[in-house]
Ligand binder design. Structure first.
Ligand code: FMN
Length: 379
């Protein structure tokens, strides 16, 4: 088995190799969430390298859960753009996955209206300037699960090979699992088992909407960096339940797959985290052990070379998702394949005017990338 050998998912679909394009928000949909030509070009050029899987930017399932100006899957008006996005991903043989999310307490008040902010509980995020959301009623929680189901149905109609639930990085699904964000005492919270109910219900709804022959994936943050957050042991229990739903893959979201360090909610990139961990093994290995072949494991974080990918696979991953490396160099996989890694672009050009055109990065995404010093390397 090598990084170039296929992976067969439970649903029967098979990848060309073990490389995936990680979900990458471009912050640049039309106002109403339709996909722009710029985003299609961003994806088309990168998927042309022949990735086994290409995952879309996180796509909102509810208008009041948008965390940035990204693409949506809430009604048939979104279908034509989603169809074109799926075609662009599949053009070079990649399997096309739509990642779907809800922002919950970190939806953007300027986009949705501050009074519409709602989440598992009325607890503000730690992010600077965060507003306190309203706690959702049980009917609203059921409604949000239905929105995930409907978004998955739209993805199927649009021709995607599958859907990934964004259960990571502090968005709504993660919030329901987090004791920091979820203080409910009903079916959806109060104990660890009840905090699992929302992630599991969303995963099941997506599986039901897709049927058994499309790919159902779930992205998880392996543990919370904050002292009162959920632990690796908690997340392993969740993954055990998720694997029991006959998902096709579980994707483990890390800043760097070797460093055992998830992104803290305050989003300090390359900076100190509130609590340091010394795990005997990578979370990838621990998750792979719990999942025990019941579905594939996808690793991400800091994969820049073929050797990095091989390292993650040696830790137990079946697939690796590549993010910043493929933002910076759209031809990244072609260079890895032809063993010309020395020619891989190591950072974004110094001259900001060159970035959008030369690299097919939507201008709003360029602004977004440059707004976080240290997040993405510069030449
Ligand atoms: C510009 C940008 C946008 C991102 N958007 C998403 C997203 O929509 N959904 C998601 O799950 N992760 C998102 N991520 C996280 C990446 O998928 C990936 O996990 C992270 O960048 C670490 O991998 P890397 O070191 O290969 O970049 C984004 C990262 C970047 C740099």
């Amino acid at each position: 088995m090598t990084v170039w050998s296929p992976v067969r998912f439970n649903c029967g679909k098979e990848t060309a190799n073990r490389f995936a394009i990680a979900p990458l928000t471009t912050d640049s949909s039309h106002d109403d969430g339709r996909v722009t030509e710029e985003e299609i070009e961003f994806v088309r050029r990168r998927a042309a390298g022949g990735f086994g899987v290409t995952i879309s930017s996180a796509t909102y399932v509810a208008d009041d859960g948008r965390s940035w100006q990204g693409i949506g899957a809430t009604h048939d008006g979104h279908l034509p753009g989603l169809r074109r996005l799926a075609e662009a991903m599949r053009a070079a043989g990649s399997l096309a996955i739509l990642q779907i999310y809800d922002g919950g307490r970190i939806a953007k008040p300027e986009l949705i209206g501050e009074h519409r902010l709602r989440a598992a509980s009325a607890v503000a995020s730690l992010r600077p300037g965060a507003k306190t959301p309203r706690a959702m009623t049980s009917e609203e929680v059921e409604g949000l699960i239905a929105s995930f189901r409907e978004a998955a149905s739209l993805a199927r109609k649009a021709g995607f090979d599958g859907v990934e639930v964004h259960g990571a990085n502090h968005y709504a699904v993660h919030q329901f699992f987090s004791p920091r964000a979820n203080h409910r005492v009903d079916h959806w919270g109060g104990t660890l088992a009840k905090r699992m109910n929302f992630p599991l219900a969303v995963a099941q709804a997506v599986r039901d909407a897709l049927g058994p022959k499309l790919i159902a994936g779930f992205r998880v943050t392996p543990f919370e960096a904050e002292a009162d957050g959920y632990t690796l042991e908690d997340a392993k229990l969740l993954c055990n339940e998720l694997a029991g739903l006959r998902l096709d893959y579980i994707s483990v979201s890390l800043d760097d797959y070797r460093k055992n360090r998830p992104t803290g909610e305050t989003r300090v990139y390359n900076g100190p985290v509130e609590k340091s961990y010394s795990l005997a093994e990578s979370p990838i290995t621990e998750f792979a052990r719990v999942i025990a072949g019941r579905c594939a494991v996808m690793a991400s974080g800091g994969i820049k070379t073929c050797k990095d990918a091989e390292g993650a696979i040696a830790m137990g991953a079946d697939l690796v998702a590549v993010g910043r490396a493929v933002v910076v160099d759209p031809e990244w996989l072609a260079k890895v394949r032809s063993r010309s890694e020395a020619s891989i672009l190591a950072g974004l050009p110094k001259d900001e005017r060159e970035i959008a055109g030369a690299l097919s990065i939507p201008p709003r995404m360029v602004e977004y990338l440059l707004s976080r010093p240290g997040w993405i390397p510069r030449l």
